[in-house]
Design a binder for this molecule. Sequence first.
Ligand SMILES: [Zn+2]
Ligand SMILES: [Zn+2]
Ligand SMILES: [Zn+2]
Length: 282
Amino acid sequence: MKLTFLGTSAATAMPLPFCGCAVCRHARRDGGKDIRRRASLVIDGELLIDLGPDSAAACGQYGVDLTKIRVLLQTHAHSDHFDAGHFITRHPDYAVENLAPLLVAASGGTLRAMNEAIRREDGSADLSDGDFCRHLRLTLFPMAPGETAVLGNYTVTAFDSRHDPARQALVYLIERGGKSVFYGTDLLEVGEEIYACLREARPDAVILDQTYGEGKNAGGHLDAGEVAKVVRRLREIGAVTVRTHIYATHISHEGNPPHEEMCSLAGQYGYAIAYDGLTVTV
Ligand SMILES: [Zn+2]
Ligand SMILES: [Zn+2]
Ligand SMILES: [Zn+2]
């Protein structure tokens, strides 16, 4: 499986447009890995996790062809993860040509929230209308926590991320050909059912939400100290080894230092920091 990080920032991007803090100033001055788009991941060029506001631009930069995507997994519908404007350009009104079918998996609550965003974009659009979905060549696939389904070339298991309880945000274990990847953002906590599943699956890559620096958790996500604890527990139960690719993503300026400093802190706990454009083959 080939993983390409299209974006690795939290909702606010990096640097924040109007922030003059030291971390954002550093990002503006030095650029490089401290410039982060909103979090999104593509697997093998055919499975996209989160069609976010920056996904299309990132695909252009990193040579990912979105027409090849056959499965879209949405973690949830917050605006840093779902861009209704991009989604709706699949409609024939936008003169789209050679449109390929797309399987869209998310929780029922997330699909409803996506539809609300789509309807705000265009009042005549409606994901609950079969004709509209046919026009966009969509198949909607509601998933519940604990459910495993075959989606295209992948076997996907969904878990409750506790991040958006009202809408049931999900995180996913994605398997193909004996390899597997856990994508865990946005994530309030790693539930016991996730530890139990990962202990069995022994994933080749684990990707975790590190929105905040250690001790700076403002809610809804993990901070660096919590990520270190999760990694330690995963190692203790045998879910990961030194060969497992472990990355933090969904990074904000709140308590997280510049990239290189984050890397040395994370390295002490046995994980790495993702950056935009990073490609990992497992
Ligand atoms: Zn987010
Ligand atoms: Zn800042
Ligand atoms: Zn969110």
